[in-house]
Design a protein around this ligand. Structure first.
Ligand code: NAI
Length: 228
């Protein structure tokens, strides 16, 4: 199936559709209307129709969306119907937490190897994956057809490792190190910064508090006037 170019905003929303559709399948739901999906996902039905129209209109008037079909098509678009081999560079707290999360495999992300410089970590096994010395990185990437590398090392070390990864043929970097990486055009980088997400949360919670205080002070004003 051919797809017209899809905007980044829609692509960013697809994982959420995918998750909800997966849950619907688990619940045995075979089809769903844009209205029901909209209620479930707390977005407008028109947004859902617009987003899903990008793929040639999976919905049918009076029938709704075929959940399994939509789930499969989104999986194809996101590339999670294929297997992606992944390595983790930096087997510390974060690297091990990622390796311990089994659900990535269900999405086709197979953690093939972990690498570190710390001799105390090398040789340890995390969920069946042995931590190797970082000097073995290049050969391992080629031998195991690794496409994606998760970078969970200090930011000062990240540029050098990224360069080595690219030279070894890595096509995508899942970057947790707090630095902007410079890579060739044919390599994609997805930055994940939990602290930025927390800052966005902080912004929203502060705005909410400010609004409440503003409303309270507006309500309070007339009373104060009456008192004076
Ligand atoms: P950690 O200190 O537990 O683990 C870092 C590991 O990287 C260590 O085992 C260390 O030996 C290894 N390492 C250092 N240089 C290396 C190199 N050149 N090659 C391979 N391994 C190397 O730290 P933690 O908590 O796991 O955090 C890792 C990084 O991720 C830090 O830079 C931290 O700031 C960042 N981080 C980012 C988050 C995000 O949301 N983006 C969240 C938490 C941490």
């Amino acid at each position: 199936m051919e797809h017209k170019p899809i905007s980044k905003a829609v692509i960013a929303r697809l994982p959420r559709y995918y998750r909800h559709l997966g849950e619907l399948m688990e619940e045995g739901v075979e089809r769903i209307s844009s209205n029901d999906l909209s209620q479930r996902m707390n977005v407008t039905a028109s947004q859902i129709r617009q987003d899903l129209n990008n793929f040639g209109g999976f919905g049918q008037q009076g029938y709704g969306y075929n959940v399994k079909y939509l789930y499969t098509e989104i999986a194809k678009i996101m590339g999670v119907d294929r297997q992606h081999n992944l390595v983790i560079i930096g087997a510390g707290n974060l690297g091990q937490a990622i390796a311990n999360y089994a659900n990535f495999e269900r999405r086709g992300f197979m953690i093939k190897g972990m690498f570190d410089v710390n001799p105390r970590l090398i040789g340890r096994v995390v969920r069946g994956v042995e931590i190797l010395g970082v000097e073995e990185l290049e050969k391992f990437i080629v031998d195991n057809q690794v496409q994606i590398a998760a970078l969970t090392i200090p930011k000062t070390k990240a540029p050098e490792i990224a360069e080595r990864l690219v030279a070894a043929g890595i096509k995508a970097i899942w970057n947790f190190a707090h630095t902007d990486l410079v890579v060739p055009e044919d390599v994609v980088v997805e930055n994940v910064h939990l602290s930025e997400s927390l800052m966005r949360l902080s912004y929203r919670v502060c705005r909410m508090q400010d609004q409440k205080e503003e409303q309270a002070s507006k309500k309070g004003r007339p009373e104060r006037k009456q008192l004076s």
